[in-house]
Design a protein around this ligand. Structure first.
Ligand code: THU
Length: 145
């Protein structure tokens, strides 16, 4: 059994570089109000990684989640096709993306069933899903006229 061919029951290999980006970013989070620091990293088709952190505001509703900052950084750089996502928080079990971020991730997922979303914490705990599992029957935009 090799690491690249895990057997039945083995955890998926994950994306250690992407998870490291998310946890590095988490240290830069600006979360003085909630004290809940979030780092995110997205890997785009083609391999490029973009990071994000949550950025809060004294007017609480203006705060923006880490996942959205990461996706918007990718799109701003011209990368629009999402391949994988990692989110790093202190939560145990690791915290999955909020509903609003799931919808934003869906916008840039060519195949939501092929996008892996992994939640981690700095202590090495991890959980993964496909984006399709996190937002089943989501609003894709194909419904629009
Ligand atoms: N937060 C994220 O950055 N991502 C999520 O998916 C959930 C919540 C942030 C928003 C706010 O700054 C803090 O975590 C507490 O909700």
């Amino acid at each position: 059994m090799t690491a690249s061919h895990p057997g039945p029951g083995s955890p998926p290999p994950g994306d250690p570089a992407l998870e490291a980006h998310a946890c590095d970013a988490q240290r830069r989070a600006y979360a003085p109000y909630s004290k809940f620091q979030v780092g995110a990293a997205v890997r785009m088709v083609g391999g490029e990684i973009f990071d994000g952190i949550n950025v809060e505001n004294a007017s609480y509703g203006l705060s923006v989640c880490a996942e959205r900052i990461a996706v918007f950084a990718a799109v701003n750089a011209g990368a629009r096709q999402l391949a994988a996502v990692a989110v790093c928080t202190e939560a145990s079990p690791p915290a999955s993306p909020c509903g609003a971020c799931r919808q934003v991730l869906l916008e840039f997922a060519p195949d939501p069933a092929a996008v892996t979303v992994t939640a981690v914490n700095p202590r090495g705990e991890r959980r993964s899903w496909t984006l399709a599992a996190l937002i089943p029957d989501g609003f894709s935009g194909k419904e629009l006229p």
